[in-house]
Design a binder for this molecule. Sequence first.
Ligand code: ADE
Length: 335
Amino acid sequence: MNHFSNKLIKWFEMNKRNLPWRNTDDPYLIWISEVMLQQTQAVTVIPYYERFIKALPTVYDLANVEDDTLYKLWEGLGYYSRAKNLKETALTIVEKYQGKIPSTYQDLIKLKGIGDYTASAILSIAFEKLTVAVDGNVLRVMSRYLGIKEDINLPETKNYIKLYLSDLIDHPTRSFTEGLIELGATLCSKTKPNCLGCPIKENCFAYNNSVTDLIPYKSKAKDKKEIIMQTFILKDLKGRLLLKRQTETLLNGLYLYPQVNSENLNYAIDELDSMGIQVLNIHKTKSYKHVFTHLVWHMDVHFGLCEVNSGEYVLVEEQSLHLYPMASAHKKIKK
Ligand code: ADE
């Protein structure tokens, strides 16, 4: 074993956090955990992961789950297309692969929601294949280690790091892969890395040259798009709340209060009217902000009464609201 893997794997075995997906080599569970971890930190993922695998312990359970149950399990994690893709892929695995998670890169990469990183992570963590998995943590660790001065988001940078690591990766691949991720998630943090405890600091360019605050280098990200919304929390005359189930990709399958993309309340009320909702009164307005990865919603939230002549909406008793998977942006709106 080379010096790098030896140091890394030993450090990982001594220092790893006890995360629930580390106690299994079931490829189904590794897949679920890696998809949850794609955009979410490990500490946040833990309770969601535990609840999810208790409700859906096998790929067959996931393939047969009702959409509402699935979205309820996912509620709060965000990026709901991940949940939608999980179910679609579970169906493919049941139909095409007899319920077994594929163990080759070519088969995994064809599945919905599984990209280069996730395919590689499943192969090295669940199947102990000599495969390098490079996520944001690994990019940070390796760009510092190698002193890479190019933009960390360029595909060339990632390819270079993959190539470099493919010479170093050693068995057990699981500890190698998880060790690099763990190093990035704990000691080699974005700001104020804790270099003294690092197992590979002796040969780390950024440590030796005191430039951990300059690497990884990122060219300035584009500003987020800001959208102003008029959002309506309306009750009908029987006191039921008006919701709409989303069908567009960003929040597919989730319920939202009706809202109109505009700065102008009167325009928004006219828009609702043309969709079969008559706003009878508004008795309160508050402002909320919700930040997505590429987008910010500024919502003027109006509370009031309405009449509904449209089948496109659902009317929900307030005490049943918790049964409907709501978009986080709207879930946090309180009276
Ligand atoms: N982030 C991505 N994969 C991870 C893993 N297996 N453990 C902890 N954090 C991760």
